[in-house]
Design a protein around this ligand. Structure first.
Ligand SMILES: Cc1cc2nc3c(=O)[nH]c(=O)nc-3n(C[C@H](O)[C@H](O)[C@H](O)COP(=O)(O)OP(=O)(O)OC[C@H]3O[C@@H](n4cnc5c(N)ncnc54)[C@H](O)[C@@H]3O)c2cc1C
Length: 470
C-alpha cells in the first residue's frame, strides 16, 4: 500500500448533489480498466475545473491494457505513450487498484455504492468468430490469443501455438493481422532484443513457418492497414512480399474511391503495393503472400487445419461504400496453421447493459443507456477500432457528458476509500497500488537489463506479487 493511498479517504460526509466536485467535496469516480481510454478519461477529469478523486480498477496487476498486451514488441516507440499515462498517475488524487477484477472481486453495484460516478473502460476482451465450419480445428487460432501470448499476458501464457507447419494463413487485413503476419515472417533473432515474452521468442525461433498468406475479403483499395504497417510487411529482412499484379488493375469505382478526400491512407497503401510489385524481390526462403477478394468459407483437415476454402468475391456499391459479395467460385489454399484476425469483441460485465450484437455497452455520448451515473469510453464504448490516440478524444467526450450531468448527481452512499479497501481486504484481494506497480516495473526493467532487453515482463500474477512480498 503506498503512502498516497493509505488513509486517503475522502470522508464519510455525504454532500448535497450541488456540492459534489467543489473544494473539500471532490467528485469520486471509479474507472474500470487501465488501458488508454481509462487513462485518457482520468486525465480529462483532472484537467476539468472540478475537484475530483479517481480510483482506477484493473484486473491485472500491470496497467496500460493493450499498450502492454497488444502493441507488437517490435513497435517499442508506440509503447512510449505510457509516459503520458504515468504523468496522469502521478496526480495526488489518483488511486490505482491493480489485480482487482470488477465483476469478480468487487461488483459494479458496489462501485456505484462507493463512487459518485463509474466510467467503464474495460476494452474488448475477446475475438469475433468467422462462424464457419472447421473454425475450432486444432492449429486454428485467434489473433487475440496470439498477440496476448507473445506479449506475456498472464491469462494467455499457457497457450500453445503449433508453429511446426511451413504454411500459415492470416485472415484479415487490418493492423492486428499485419502484426501477426510480420511476427510470423520476421527473423526471430530480431525479436530477441525486444520486450517480447521469452517463451514466445523461443517458440518463434523453433518455428518452421516459411510462407504466410494474408487474406482479405475486399480489394487493395479497401485494405485497412495503416500505410506504416503495410510498409513494414514489405521490409521484413529475408522475406519476399508477393502480390499478384492483377490486383492493381482496379475498377473505375475503386479509382473514384481513391480520389475521395478521406482516402489518403488508402491511396498511400495502394502506392506502396505498386512499389512492391515494381520492385518485387524473389528467392528468399520466407514469403508473405497477399490475397484480395477472398472470404474463408471452411477450414478442413484431419486432426488439425490442412486447408482453407476461400470464396472469390467481387465488389458492389458506390465509391466510399463498397462491400464484398461472394461469386460462388471457390479455391482451396493448403495451410498447416491459421490465425483469425477479424476483430476484437467486448464481453458483458454483470450489472452493465450490453449490446450482444455489437459487443459494446449501449450509450448516448458516453452516458450508459438506462443506467444512472455510469459512463463508458474506448473500445467497449465504440467497438474495437482506432489507434491509441483515437481514445483520447473519445474519453474526453465521455467526460464532457459526465460533467454536464454532474449537477443532477446523487452522492454515493459511502464516500470513503478506506471502505472500498476494507471490502477488498475482507475478500482476500491483494490489490496493487501504483507505488506497488512501480516496484514491479522496476524489477521488470532490471531483469531486462540483465539480458539485454528493454524490459523482461513477468508473465504470471504470482511473480508480479512476489516482487512486493520480499
Ligand atoms: C494486437 C493489437 C495491437 C495494437 N497495436 C497498436 C499500435 O501499434 N498502435 C496503436 O496506436 N494502437 C494499437 N492498437 C489499438 C489500441 O491498443 C487500442 O486503441 C486501445 O488499447 C483501446 O483502449 P481501451 O482502453 O479501450 O482498451 P484496452 O487497452 O483493452 O484496456 C482495457 C483494460 O481493462 C482491463 N479490464 C478488462 N476487464 C476488466 C474488469 N472486469 N475489471 C478490471 N479491469 C478490466 C483490461 O485488463 C485492460 O487493461 C492495437 C490493438 C491490438 C488489439
Amino acid at each position: 500500500m503506498s503512502q498516497s493511498q493509505e488513509g486517503s479517504g475522502t470522508g464519510q460526509t455525504t454532500p448535497s448533489a450541488s456540492a459534489i466536485g467543489s473544494e473539500g467535496n471532490p467528485l469520486r469516480v471509479a474507472v474500470v480498466g487501465s488501458g488508454p481510454s481509462g487513462f485518457y478519461a482520468t486525465d480529462a477529469l483532472f484537467k476539468s475545473d472540478i475537484s475530483v478523486v479517481v480510483s482506477m480498477f484493473e484486473k491485472l496487476p500491470a496497467p496500460f491494457g493493450l499498450v502492454r498486451f497488444g502493441v507488437a514488441p517490435d513497435h517499442a516507440k508506440i509503447r512510449n505513450v505510457v509516459k503520458t499515462f504515468e504523468k496522469t498517475a502521478a496526480h495526488e488524487d489518483f488511486r490505482y487498484y491493480g489485480n482487482v477484477a470488477v465483476g469478480e472481486d468487487i461488483t459494479v453495484e458496489e462501485l456505484k455504492r462507493h463512487f459518485d460516478a463509474v466510467v467503464l473502460a474495460f476494452g474488448a476482451q475477446t475475438d469475433r468468430s468467422l462462424g464457419i465450419a472447421g473454425e475450432d480445428l486444432a492449429r486454428s487460432y485467434t489473433a487475440t490469443e496470439f498477440c496476448a501470448w507473445y506479449n506475456g499476458h498472464p491469462e494467455y501464457r499457457g497457450c500453445g501455438f503449433d508453429l511446426s507447419q511451413e504454411t500459415a494463413v492470416v485472415i484479415g487485413q487490418g493492423n492486428v493481422a499485419a502484426d501477426v503476419a510480420r511476427v510470423l515472417a520476421m527473423p526471430a533473432e530480431d525479436l530477441e532484443k525486444t520486450d517480447m515474452a521469452t517463451h514466445a521468442v523461443e517458440a518463434l525461433k523453433r518455428s518452421k513457418v516459411k510462407t504466410v498468406h494474408v487474406v482479405g475479403r475486399r480489394g487493395p483499395v479497401q485494405a485497412k492497414f495503416t500505410p506504416k504497417e503495410l510498409s513494414e510487411l514489405a521490409e521484413i529482412p529475408g522475406c519476399d512480399f508477393v502480390i499478384d499484379a492483377k490486383y492493381l488493375d482496379i475498377s473505375d469505382t475503386d479509382q473514384a474511391e481513391l480520389n475521395l478526400p478521406q482516402s489518403k491512407s488508402n491511396q498511400r497503401n495502394f502506392d506502396i503495393l505498386k512499389e512492391v510489385v515494381a520492385n518485387a524481390s524473389a528467392g528468399n526462403e520466407r514469403k508473405l503472400v497477399m490475397h484480395f477478394y477472398k472470404s474463408p468459407k471452411a477450414l478442413t483437415g484431419a486432426g488439425g487445419v490442412e486447408a482453407v476454402t476461400l470464396e472469390i468475391n467481387k465488389m458492389a456499391g458506390e465509391p466510399g461504400n463498397q462491400w464484398a459479395e461472394g461469386t460462388g467460385e471457390t479455391e482451396t489454399l493448403a495451410c498447416g496453421v491459421l490465425f483469425r484476425s477479424v476483430g476484437y469483441r467486448g464481453v458483458a460485465l454483470e450489472g452493465v447493459p450490453f449490446d450482444e450484437k455489437k459487443g459494446t455497452v449501449p450509450n448516448e455520448a458516453g452516458r450508459v443507456t438506462g443506467a444512472f451515473q455510469m459512463y463508458v469510453a474506448g473500445w467497449i464504448k465504440r467497438g474495437p477500432s482506432g489507434l491509441i490516440g483515437t481514445n483520447k478524444g473519445d474519453s474526453a467526450a465521455t467526460v464532457d457528458t459526465l460533467l454536464c450531468d454532474l449537477p443532477n448527481f446523487r452522492p454515493a452512499e459511502v464516500r470513503d476509500d478506506a471502505a472500498v479497501e476494507g471490502l477488498l481486504r475482507e475478500r482476500g484481494v491483494r490489490f496493487v497500488s501504483y507505488a506497488d506497480w512501480k516496484k514491479i516495473d522496476a524489477a521488470e526493467l532490471e531483469r531486462g537489463a540483465a539480458v539485454g532487453k528493454p524490459r523482461d515482463n513477468f508473465t504470471d500474477v504470482a511473480s508480479m506479487l512476489g516482487v512486493l512480498d520480499v
